[in-house]
Each structure stands twice: as C-alpha cells, then as structure tokens.
Design a protein around this ligand. Sequence first.
Ligand code: GLN
Length: 393
Amino acid sequence: MPELSKRTNTFTDSVIRRMTRVSLQYDAVNLSQGFPDFEPPREILERLSQVTHEDFHQYSITWGAQNFREALAEKQSRLLGRKIDPNGEIVVTCGSTEAMMAAMMTVANPGDKVIVFSPFYENYGADTILSGADPIYVPLYPPKFNFNPDELEAAFKQKPKALILCNPSNPCGKVFTYDELKLIANFAERYDTFVITDEVYEHIVYEPHKHVYFSSLPGMWERTISCSSLSKTYSITGWRLGYIIAPAHVIDVAKKVHDFLTVGAAAPLQEAAVVGLKFDDTYYRWLQDKYTKKRDLFLKGLDDIGISHTVPEGAYYILLDISEFGFDSDLEFCEVLARDVGVGAVPGSSFFRENVNHLIRFHFAKKDETLYEALNRLQDLRKKIPVCNLKGR
Ligand code: GLN
C-alpha cells in the first residue's frame, strides 16, 4: 500500500475530545471538553423549530446567510466601535475551529512562523502544522500568566507571519489587559505581523476584568483577523457556527479558503441563530452573571476540598495542581480520575509546550447540580487516589 500523508505525524488526536470519550466510558461527570449541559436560550430553540418548516434546507451563500451576517455585523459593530460591512468583512464558518484554520491558511505559507502563547488551546498547534507553518511558543508565567516582553520581542524578531491570541484565554483563564494588548500591538506594527484572535469567550469575563477586542486598538483593524463563534455565547457548541471578521482584502482570501474547505455553515442553524444575535445587552449581562455564580460555586467547592487551582478572569476553565499525587503522567491521572472518582478532566500537558505534568483542567459550564455532583465525587479524591499510590499503580 502507498504511504499515507505525513501531515499529521507530529500530533495525536485531540486529547480534549478523547477525554469526553473516556468520561462516557466510565460514566464520569464530564468536566473535560468545555461545553454546557444546560439548554440554549428558548427563543433560539423556538426559532429552530419554526425554521424546519421554512425554506432553509439548501446551501446558504458560501460566506454566510445574508441576514445572519447582517445581524452579526450589527452586534459586533457595537462591540468593536466600528461599522463592520456584512458583505465584505465577514465569513461565517463551521465553528471557530474552521475560522482559525481558515485564518491560518489565509495568512501563512509553508515555512512561515507563527507565535503561539503557551499554555494554548490544543488546536493551534495542529492548525499551524496543517497549514505548513512553524509555531514559535512564548511562555505565559503563572499565577497571572504574564508574558515576558523581552521573550515576546525575541519571537517577533524571528519574523513571524502572525501571532495567535486567545483572549479570554483557554485554558489559563487570563484576560489580557489593555496594556498587554497595546504591547503586542506595538510589536505587531514594528515587525509587520498579523494577529489572529480567538475570542470565543468574549462574553464570559468576570468583574473587574474587561474584554478588549484586539482589532479595536489603534491601528490594529488592518492587521487583525478576529475569529469567534456562537458556541459559548449561546450554549450551542454542536451547531458549529463561527466566523471571521477582518478587512475586506483579507476576507476575500478567507472566503476562498472557506469555500473549498466546507462550502458553508448549516443554513437552518444560521437562520435560527439570528434571533440570538439580535438579543440586547440584558442577555450578555445575564450570561456573565450566570457564569460568575458557577465559577464562585465551583471554586469554593475546590477550596473546601483543599486543591490548589487557578482563578479564571475569563472563560470557564480551571487548572488544578495534582503534584501531591506523584503521578509521572497527567494523562494517566485523568484516566484514574475518570475511572475511580468519576470525574472527567483534561491533562494539562496537552496545553503546554513546556514539560508540564502536574496540572489538570476542569471546566464549569455545567448545571449547578452537575457541579455539585462532581464536587461530591471529588470529596473522596484522596481516598480513591491515595498519595501512596505513587505513579498511579
Ligand atoms: N473549547 C472547548 C475546550 O477547550 C471545546 C473544544 C472542542 O472540542 N471543540 O474544551
């Protein structure tokens, strides 16, 4: 038989998605892959049931249905403080996963370099490799996950084509401050680099932190390719609705990439989601309040159990320190946790470039009762995974 493509040789399947399968296998409370177990807004679901009887069953325009783009342009124009052109400056994609991949393929040629902060959401590594680019990793240092400006500048000096900015950040929960973003903007300008953002948690930010859209910084509209999605904002991760917003000459190329990758996002789902895009600010305040309460509930539970953890400023992930259990492999720890304690987590090593093996990631986008059930199971953590059980054997 001929050899298969070498494209994927340097990476495994997604560990995040694998941990969902492991959780299902052991009937564990799945706090690994980040998605809600509560319902999307009722208005969106009601519109979805109407849409099934309307004429939305064929392809939409490849770069997105007209009324979806118009509603999205209106919402994001308010947030970005500039008028977004629904016809020239938006491509609707199959989730932000496709948006990020299409953005990478839009800017990077094989051999180009791309800056990725570490820890990072695992897709970025695969995205850069699949588009033929080479990642340059720049560490974010706990507890605040700050970067060292000198290290960042050293990365920019290697003439990268783009920097990937996940803000609010998965998995570390960092919300980049205005000053940090300004510093990145100055480097992007000085070294003539694009910035590809992943802003899917734009509406999940905890007081007193504020989300600043990178493209809204002075001079940054021209060099920012903003990616986001409706998944987290409207609790519809399975609908796979994402988008790219960028200047028209960038979008012209992104449209071609997207057209040949997927043709388009699901037409009936775009139509049903329009009602969500038209929600007023009350909805986003409600969402923020809901997640703030979940964060506080879950962090308090972890504190009562006595596990040390990060405190997210945004997004819905927590990194927990599992050093006390003495495992060599955090992946093995997560397997044992799912099997013996009944809670699914993602091994921290899947997010770090550095050799990090003492962290696991939980998410808290779950009903309160699910979070209580997980905390309840975690009470017995030290009995079920005794410290003496070194190396997990
Ligand atoms: N962003 C979510 C996570 O990090 C889900 C990612 C996915 O599987 N598409 O868990």
